[in-house]
Design a protein around this ligand. Structure first.
Ligand SMILES: C[S@@+](CC[C@H](N)C(=O)[O-])C[C@H]1O[C@@H](n2cnc3c(N)ncnc32)[C@H](O)[C@@H]1O
Length: 291
């Protein structure tokens, strides 16, 4: 069958499910994965045909996409800062915003590492709620001399994170811990604690795309409207006791909760508190330091 005819079927049958640009992107990713073709290959070679087994792969993917399944779960991987991360249904799909969080935290670590006053080298880093391991592994890659730990309460997510760390050939100590539990087992001190915790309000779910709220792990995304800062409070409390003086706390946040979180961190005695917008111009990150 002609690949361009399959593309037309995708464009027609998915038009009620996702915006045109997303259909085109999904199809391009499938083309690359199933046929090894670049995005614009069809323009160069409109007569490109696929064999029966490949045709079946495309139509199976079409059915999954029609059900609302995200393309990253259909493929089983997503890209993050130029690396490929394997995913399962317990791992959140890494977002481009989170790439910015990694870059911001890395800037801080670079400054800290370069500071003559830095005590207790190597750098000790903790990623809370690691999911696919995208934050922890990228920091381990950027700072190969560092000691990186990452926690999550989902064993299935941790299993995937370990696979991703192995593929990237970085060492991260992955531990199963409940952030909201009584106490976390490890008593180490850190130079950086970073987290992209669950922060979408349950009341926001209604306005979200099916593929996000029905396919991505609920507990990775959502937090109750009654206590939306529950993860931030627990992590900040931990950070107060487990950051070295001058150590940094870096969060991805919900723009709706920027002001109360800034207030909370100030009340808790953090200094150097700063918020930042993401590439869409939305308040998305907060950093703070231990004096
Ligand atoms: C928003 S996801 C972030 C995943 C990944 N760090 C990223 O940026 O793509 C939040 C993560 O927190 C984990 N999580 C949720 N509740 C938790 C808890 N009580 N204790 C530990 N981890 C938790 C979820 O399993 C999920 O992996």
């Amino acid at each position: 069958m002609l690949l361009k005819d399959i593309e037309q079927i995708f464009l027609k049958e998915l038009s009620d499910v996702m915006p045109l640009e997303e259909i085109k992107t999904a199809f391009a990713w499938l083309m690359e994965d199933y046929c090894g073709l670049a995005r614009f290959a069809l323009v160069m070679d409109p007569g490109y045909t696929v064999d029966k087994p490949t045709e079946t792969l495309f139509f199976n993917a079409l059915n999954q996409l029609k059900e609302g399944e995200p393309i990253q779960y259909v493929l089983g991987y997503a890209s993050f800062l130029g690396d490929v991360y394997d995913l399962n249904r317990a791992t959140l799909i890494p977002r481009p915003e989170t790439e910015e969080l990694v870059e911001w935290a890395a800037l801080f670590l670079n400054e800290l590492g370069a500071a003559e006053s830095m005590q207790h080298p190597p750098l000790h880093i903790l990623d809370v709620g690691t999911g696919s391991g995208c934050i922890a592994t990228q920091l381990a890659k950027k700072f190969p001399e560092s000691v990186v730990k990452a926690i999550d309460y989902s064993p299935e997510a941790l299993q995937m994170a370990r696979v991703n760390a192995d593929k990237l050939e970085v060492h991260v100590d992955f531990l199963q811990e409940d952030v909201l539990g009584e106490h976390w087992k490890h008593q180490t001190k850190y130079h950086l604690i970073v987290s992209n915790p669950p922060y979408v309000l349950e009341s926001e779910a209604e306005s979200m795309a099916t593929r996000v709220k029905e396919y991505e792990p609920y507990a990775a995304l959502f937090v109750s409207d009654e206590d939306p800062l529950v993860f931030y409070r627990a992590i900040a409390l931990f950070a107060k006791q487990h950051l070295y003086p001058g150590g940094g706390l870096y969060f991805e946040i919900n723009a709706l909760k920027e002001a109360p979180l800034l207030y909370l961190l100030k009340e808790m005695g953090f200094t150097g508190i700063e918020s930042r917008a993401d590439f869409r111009g939305k308040a998305r990150f907060i950093r703070a330091q231990i004096p």
